[in-house]
Design a protein around this ligand. Structure first.
Ligand code: IVH
Length: 678
C-alpha cells in the first residue's frame, strides 16, 4: 500500500509561527489604519502580508481560527439569523429634551444617592447607529448580536467580524483576567463613507440607502457577510455589560479598559462634574454636531461610579443612572419615495413627501410637508431624490433641501396636479396666494378634515372620532357636515369597520356629552380660517354668545385686539355662507347648546399677568391654562424675570427652585382662586 500520509499537509513549526506572527501584524496594522487613523505601512505592503496569510491558510485549512483576519470576509451567506439571548438585558435610555427636565433627572439622581453634592457624570455623544453586543471568550471574539427587544437579538457574528474596528482578539487581556467580556457599542456608517457608497450605488443603478443610520442597519443585517464586508462600517464601544470585574468601578475605567483592549472609543467622551458643566457640554456638542462625520442625536449622561449606578438601579427598561438629552430641532437625510397631494379641511391642496422612514428629532418620520407649488419649484423635487428633512418639536417635519448631485438617472420631476386629488374638481390658485384650493364645498377630503378638527381635543373633544372613522362616516354617506354627527344612531354605526357594540356606545356617549361644549371650543371647532384656540377664546370673551358672533358687524370684529382685518373677513364670510348657517341651525336642532360664555369677560382680573404652571394640580394643566387666559392672563412654558406668578402643585421639580432664585411669587390653587375673585 502507498503511503497515505501526504507529508506536504503537515505544517511545520516554522509555518505555525509565521502564521501567528502574520495575524498579529495584520491586526496591528488594521488598528493603526482603522482605529487610530495612522497607518505605518503602504497598502502594497499590507496586501503582501495578507496574501501570504491567505496562502498559508489555503494550504493548511486546519490552521484557520475564528480570530484570523481572513475570517473578516470569509463566511458563507446564511438563510436567516439565529436568535441570540443577552445574558444581561440591553436597556434603553430615558429621554429629556429641556434643561428643566435634565435638572430634574439630576435632582432624582442626587435624591437616590442621598447627596446634595455635585455628581460626577460621563457624557458621551448619542450615536445614531445600531446598538450591538460583542462577546469575547478567553479574549477571542466569539459572538455578536443586535439589540433586538433588549432580551433577545439576532446573531450576526459573521457580519460583525467584517468590521475592522472590532478586534477579533483582545489586545492586553490574559484569558484568565476576562474569561468572558461582553462589550456594547454602536455600529455607525460615517457620513462621508455613506455619501461615497450612495454615489457608487447610484452609478451602478442599484437602490440607494436612505441615510447613514439605515445604511448601517441595512448593511449589518445582510445575510451575505460579503456585502457587509463591502460596506464602510465602524464600531464605537461605549460599555461593558458586567460591572463586577475586579478593579472596574466606574464608566471612565470601563472606557479606558476598552481603549487598551483595542476598541475605538468616541473622541468626545468626557468626565464632567455637576449640572452646569453638562449644560455647557450639551450646548457645545449641539454647536459642532453638523461638523462631525457621523450622525448624533443627543448627549448621553451616565453616572460615573458603578457603585452609585447599582444604588440607583432601573425603572422598567431604562436605568435611573443615565439619560439621553436629545437635541431639539434635527435634520436628517433620506430618500423621497413619492409625493402625495392631500386636500385639507380648508380646501388647500398640500404636497406631502413620502419618505424612506428615518429617525429624526426623536421620532420615526415617513411624511414631510413640501408646503406648496412654489416650494416644489424652489426645491426642484424629483422622485428618488436624496432630501434633507427637519423636525422641530411637535411640528410636521419639512423638506429643507434636495441634493441634486445624488439624483438618480431619469428621475421624474414632481408637478402640481390640476384637479383635487379627492373630488377631481379643478383647483385654483388665487392671485397673491401660495396655495391651490379645491372650492368644492362637498369635497370628501375637506369634509373629513373638518370632522376631524371639529371632534379634536381643542374643539368638541369627541373621543374615538379619529381620521379613519371620519373617512368611513363620509364614504358611507352617514355624515355630510359636522351637524350630522349629532344624529348618528347605533344602528348606523355598527356596520362600520372595527365598530363593536361597546365602541359605538362610547362614541355616542361622547357625542352626547359634547352637546354642551363651552363657547370658545365650539367657535374653534367650526374651523374658520385663522381662528385658532386663542382667537376663539378672544371672540367668546368679547362677544359672549354664538348668536352675537353669527351676526356681528365686521367693524366690531376688526376692533377686537388680536383679530385683525383678514380674520374678521374670514369670520364674516363663514357665517354669511348659507351652508354654514344651515349647519349651525341643524346643530341646534340636534340639541347642541352653544352655552353663553361664562368666563369673566371684560372684568379681567389677571389682565397682563404672566404665569408659569408646574407640578401636579387638582385638574389637568390645560384647565388652569384656560382659566388664566379666560381672565386675561398669559401662560408661558418657562420662567423668566418677567413671570409674575408660578402656579405650583405637588412635586414641582426644578421650576420651584428657579422661581425662588428669580424672586417670582409662588402661588397655589387657592391663592389663584382669590386672585380670580378679585
Ligand atoms: S448606553 C443603559 N451610550 O441609545 C445604557 N447608548 O436608548 C444603554 N446609544 O440602543 C446604552 N450612543 O443604540 C449608550 N454613548 C451611548 C450611546 C447609546 C447611542 C443608543 C443605543 C441604545 C440607545 C438607548
Amino acid at each position: 500500500m502507498d503511503n497515505v500520509i501526504d507529508d506536504m499537509s503537515i505544517p511545520s513549526q516554522a509555518i505555525i509561527s509565521e502564521l501567528e506572527k502574520l495575524r498579529r501584524q495584520i491586526e496591528h496594522h488594521n488598528r493603526l489604519y482603522y482605529v487610530q487613523d495612522q497607518p505605518s505601512i503602504s497598502d502594497a505592503e499590507y496586501d503582501r502580508l495578507f496574501d501570504r496569510l491567505l496562502e498559508i491558510e489555503r494550504e493548511f485549512p486546519e490552521l484557520i481560527v475564528p480570530d484570523s483576519p481572513s475570517q473578516r470576509v470569509g463566511a458563507e451567506p446564511s438563510k436567516k439569523f439565529e436568535p441570540a439571548t443577552h445574558r444581561v438585558p440591553m436597556l434603553s435610555l430615558q429621554k429629556v429634551t429641556s434643561p428643566e427636565e435634565f435638572l430634574e433627572f439630576d435632582r432624582r439622581v442626587r435624591e437616590g444617592l442621598e447627596t446634595s453634592e455635585e455628581v460626577v457624570y460621563i457624557t458621551e455623544p448619542k450615536l445614531d447607529g445600531l446598538a450591538v453586543e460583542l462577546v469575547y471568550r478567553e479574549g477571542i471574539f466569539t459572538e455578536g448580536s443586535t439589540r433586538g427587544d433588549g432580551n433577545t437579538g439576532e446573531n450576526i457574528t459573521p457580519n460583525l467580524r467584517t468590521i475592522r474596528t472590532i478586534p477579533l482578539r483582545l489586545l492586553d487581556s490574559t484569558a484568565d483576567q476576562y474569561p468572558l467580556l461582553e462589550v456594547r457599542g454602536e455600529v455607525v456608517m460615517h457620513r462621508s463613507a455613506f455619501e461615497h457608497l450612495n454615489r457608487e450605488l447610484r452609478e451602478g443603478d442599484k437602490p440607494m440607502l436612505a441615510n447613514p443610520r439605515n445604511g448601517a442597519a441595512g448593511s449589518l443585517r445582510q445575510l451575505d457577510p460579503s456585502i457587509t464586508a463591502s460596506r464602510p462600517l465602524v464600531f464605537y464601544a461605549y460599555a461593558i455589560s458586567d460591572t463586577d470585574i475586579k478593579d472596574l468601578d466606574s464608566q471612565s475605567k470601563a472606557i479606558s479598559l476598552l481603549k487598551n483592549e483595542g476598541f475605538q472609543i468616541n473622541e468626545l467622551i468626557k468626565e464632567v462634574r455637576g449640572t452646569s458643566a453638562i449644560e455647557k457640554e450639551f450646548a457645545d456638542l449641539d454647536g459642532i454636531r453638523q461638523t462631525l462625520d457621523y450622525d448624533i442625536d443627543g448627549l448621553v449622561v451616565k453616572v460615573n461610579s458603578f457603585a452609585d449606578q447599582n444604588i440607583l438601579g432601573q425603572i422598567s427598561r431604562a436605568p435611573r443612572w443615565a439619560v439621553a438629552w436629545k437635541f431639539a430641532a434635527e435634520q436628517a437625510t433620506t430618500i423621497l419615495e413619492g409625493v402625495e397631494f392631500q386636500t385639507g379641511r380648508t380646501g388647500v391642496v398640500t404636497p406631502v413627501a413620502k419618505l424612506a422612514p428615518v429617525f429624526v428629532g426623536g421620532a420615526n418620520v415617513s411624511n414631510a410637508t413640501l408646503h406648496n407649488e412654489d416650494e416644489l419649484f424652489r426645491l426642484d423635487v424629483h422622485i428618488g431624490d436624496t432630501v434633507t428633512i427637519q423636525r422641530a418639536g411637535d411640528v410636521i417635519p419639512d423638506v429643507v433641501s434636495v441634493d441634486k448631485e445624488m439624483r438618480p438617472k431619469g428621475a421624474k420631476r414632481v408637478t402640481f396636479p390640476k384637479v383635487c386629488p379627492s373630488c377631481g374638481q379643478t383647483i385654483t390658485r388665487a392671485a397673491g396666494e401660495a396655495a391651490f384650493r379645491c372650492l368644492n364645498t362637498s369635497c370628501p377630503a375637506q369634509l373629513e378634515g373638518q370632522l376631524f378638527h371639529f371632534a379634536s381635543k381643542g374643539g368638541f373633544d369627541i373621543e374615538g372620532l379619529g381620521g379613519k372613522l371620519a373617512a368611513q362616516l363620509i364614504a358611507k354617506g352617514l355624515v355630510t357636515s359636522s351637524a350630522d354627527l349629532f344624529r348618528l344612531t347605533k344602528e348606523q354605526l355598527l356596520p362600520l369597520e372595527l365598530m363593536a357594540d361597546k365602541r359605538a356606545e362610547n362614541l355616542l356617549a361622547a357625542i352626547d356629552h359634547s352637546r354642551s361644549t363651552e363657547l370658545p371650543r365650539a367657535v374653534y371647532a367650526l374651523g374658520i380660517i385663522g381662528v385658532g384656540e386663542s382667537v376663539a377664546r378672544l371672540l367668546a370673551q368679547e362677544l359672549g354668545s354664538m348668536e352675537v358672533l353669527e351676526k356681528v358687524a365686521i367693524e366690531i370684529l376688526e376692533g377686537i385686539d388680536g383679530v385683525g382685518p383678514v380674520i374678521a373677513c374670514n369670520i364674516r364670510e363663514f357665517f354669511d355662507n348659507d351652508s354654514n348657517a344651515e349647519m349651525l341651525r341643524r346643530m341646534r336642532e340636534a340639541g347642541v347648546l352653544f352655552p353663553d360664555y361664562t368666563g369673566s369677560g371684560s372684568v379681567a382680573h389677571l389682565a397682563g399677568k404672566k404665569f408659569v404652571i408646574t407640578g401636579t394640580l387638582s385638574k389637568p394643566r390645560r384647565y388652569f391654562k384656560n382659566l388664566v387666559e379666560d381672565n386675561g392672563g398669559k401662560v408661558a412654558g418657562s420662567l423668566s424675570k418677567k413671570t409674575d406668578y408660578l402656579l405650583c402643585g405637588a412635586d414641582p421639580g426644578s421650576k420651584l427652585d428657579k422661581a425662588r432664585k428669580l424672586g417670582v411669587e409662588v402661588i397655589d390653587e387657592n391663592r389663584l382662586q382669590r386672585l380670580l375673585d378679585g
